[in-house]
Design a protein around this ligand. Structure first.
Ligand code: TXA
Ligand code: MG
Length: 321
């Protein structure tokens, strides 16, 4: 069984090798501050097709294109509104994806046939160093969805990527270990194709932050833009997820640290605050499957901002697979 090469010590040399592998059409799983991504050369149709195969993901779902800095924005997008430039300046590198009108570089195989492209500069030393090494040998950008099977929990460690996708990778593919992701939930996706920004997927960059940066009111009107992360069944472990009820004997339990664990319940995480909740949530859901629990109860954090993104993912996880 092949499993990809696990690279635990990302030196300049190993990143140069990973960049060359991308150039040769291979796949490289890479750490980002949100979750781990499964990367391929964003201009290589065959390499990108392999991402879909490894993930088991429908071909009409667009991928996020990761770039090294906002200077490449104009290569990938056309008609960029000035509020999108403000957002890029304020929050890149960071947990934010901008959806913009695509340029000719962004082909159907990476945009899922849509006239727009999703772009992000990740805030992680390994991801940025890989992007820079890739640019040095003529690479343009790395297309990368979260490195999980379609509909499953996103990985926040390199070990989780290996457990999740190892059996589907080729020997030459690589998994780069950059430690646990520090944010823990996927980037905020912002549609920048109309007069005002619209949030397609909540994340660590909040509505307030977007409004403050752009001076515009965030639009909440309906859209027909397809976002697979907004499908109802997503982010789900094998175990059934229940929200905001008392856990029963034999169930798993995730809640803030000040909530007690009832007897005969497996406590999977006790984060001290909302930030830590986001950071440990996915690994705690994976832990439920490791313990072969049939069900896990989550007491959701209240409030807006990051808590909103946490509840968005948990709501979808609770719809099952
Ligand atoms: O934090 C993240 O965004 C992570 C890391 C690896 O960067 N990536 C991630 O990718 O979550 P993925 O593929 O699991 O989710 C990306 C979402 C999908 O729901 C996709 O539909 C949406 O981004 N997306 C990408 N391009 C889009 C576009 N042009 N228009 C609308 N949605 C788009
Ligand atoms: Mg995903």
């Amino acid at each position: 069984m092949s499993s990809g090469e696990f690279v635990s010590n990302c030196t300049a040399d190993s990143l140069a090798q990973a960049a060359q592998l991308l150039k040769d059409g291979g796949l490289v799983a890479l750490p980002t501050e949100t979750v781990y991504g499964l990367g391929a050369d964003a201009t290589n149709a065959d390499a990108v097709a392999r991402i879909y195969k490894v993930k088991g993901r429908p071909a009409d779902h667009p991928l996020i294109v990761h770039i090294h800095s906002m200077h490449s924005l104009g290569d990938w997008a056309d008609e960029i509104p000035s509020y999108a430039i403000s957002l890029a300046r304020d929050f890149w590198p960071g947990p934010m994806t901008l959806v913009l009108k695509r340029s000719i570089l962004a082909e159907d195989f990476v945009t899922g046939g849509q006239p727009t492209v999703g772009l992000r500069v990740p805030d992680h030393v390994v991801a940025l160093a890989l992007l820079s090494a890739f640019e040095k040998i003529g690479g343009k950008a790395i297309a990368a969805p979260s490195a999980n099977r379609f509909g499953h929990v996103s990985p926040t460690t390199a070990q989780a990527v290996q457990e999740e996708l190892g059996e589907f990778l080729e020997d030459r593919d690589q998994i780069l270990d950059g430690g646990p992701s520090t944010v823990g939930v996927e980037s905020t996706i912002i549609d920048c194709t109309s007069d005002a920004p619209r949030i397609l997927r909540p994340g660590a960059i909040t509505i307030e932050m977007v409004e403050e940066s752009t001076g515009l009111k965030v639009s909440t009107s309906k859209t027909d833009i397809r976002v697979s992360g907004s499908l109802e069944n997503h982010y789900a472990p094998q175990a059934s997820v229940f929200l905001n009820r008392a856990p029963l004997s034999g169930e798993g339990f995730i809640a803030l640290a000040d909530v007690q664990t009832p007897e005969n319940v497996t406590r999977l995480a006790s984060p001290k605050n909302v930030e830590e909740f986001a950071r440990v949530m996915y690994s705690a859901l994976r832990e439920a499957d490791v313990h072969q629990l049939k069900s896990v109860v989550v007491a959701e954090p209240a409030g807006d901002g990051l808590a909103l993104a946490i509840r968005d993912r948990l709501m979808r996880a609770s719809k099952g697979r």
